[in-house]
Write a protein that binds this ligand. Sequence first.
Ligand code: MEV
Length: 280
Amino acid sequence: MFLFGEHAVVYGKPGIAMAIRPRVYVTVRRAKRPHAVSSPYIRNCFTDMGVSGSVYINSQIPSSSGLGSSAAVTVATLSAINDEFQLEKTREEIADMAFAIEKKVQKGRASPTDTTVSSYGGIVLITGTSRRRLPPVNLHIVIGDTLVSHSTSQMVEQVSELKKRHPDIVGHLLDAIEGVSLNAIHHLNNPKELGRYMDMNHAILDALGVGHPALSRLVLAARSAGAFGAKLTGAGGGGCMVAVCPKNQKHRVAKAIESYNCRAIMTGIDTEGARKEKNA
Ligand code: MEV
C-alpha cells in the first residue's frame, strides 16, 4: 500500500510503500495438464515459471481497491509455485518477475512499488529502478475503502493527459510530491509529523485530478475523528484512503469511515513479506 508518491513514481520520482496485514493466501499444486485460469496475472505466473499446476487463492485484500492486491496475488502465486516446484528463485527474482507480469498485464503502466513491498514486507523506497528497504515502524493505520471502483491504468492515463496539456503545472506538482516523500522518509517514526505530510500529499493528488468526492469525505472524516493525517492511496478516482492514527483513536476513525457506508480496515505493518505458511 502506498504511503507516499503514487503517480509521481510513474515519472521516476520516489514512491514509499508499506506492506500491511490483510493478506493473500495462495496454494499451488502440481498438475500435469494446466488448469484454465481466468486471471491474466496468475496465467502469466505459471507461464513465466515454466510449469503447470492448480491454484487456490484466498485474498483478504479487496481487489481493485488500490491496495496493491494484484501485486500481492502475483507475488504470492510466484512464491507458492517456487516452493511447490522447488525452483529456488530468490526473493529478488520473484519481485522482478512479479513486476514484469504487472507491467505486461497493465500494458506498460506499472511501477515496481507494490510488487517490491509485497515481496519484501516492511517499508520500501522505490526510485526508478532502485529499491531500498527503510526501517520498519509500527504505525496505527486505518484504511477506508470507498467501494467506488476505479481503473489504475485509466487514472495513470488521465495524469499523463493532464501533463501533456499543462506540462509546467504538472511538472511542479510531481516535484512537490517528490519533496513531500523525501521529507517524510525522515519522519517515519513520528506519526504526527507523518500525518502532516500525508495531508500535503493528498492535496497534491487532488490537484492532479485523481481525487474523488468519496475519498475526500473519508479523508476529512478520518482527520476530524482524530487521525494524524489521511490521504488517498494508490491510483485514486475511487478505491481506498489511508489514515495514520494515535493508537487510542483507531476505533473512532474506523467508525467515522463506516458512518459513510464505507469499509474500514484497522491494520498495521507486515514486516515479513511473502512467506511459506506451512507444509500442507
Ligand atoms: C497505483 O497503485 C499506483 C500508481 O502510482 C501506479 C503504479 O505505481 O504502478 C498510480
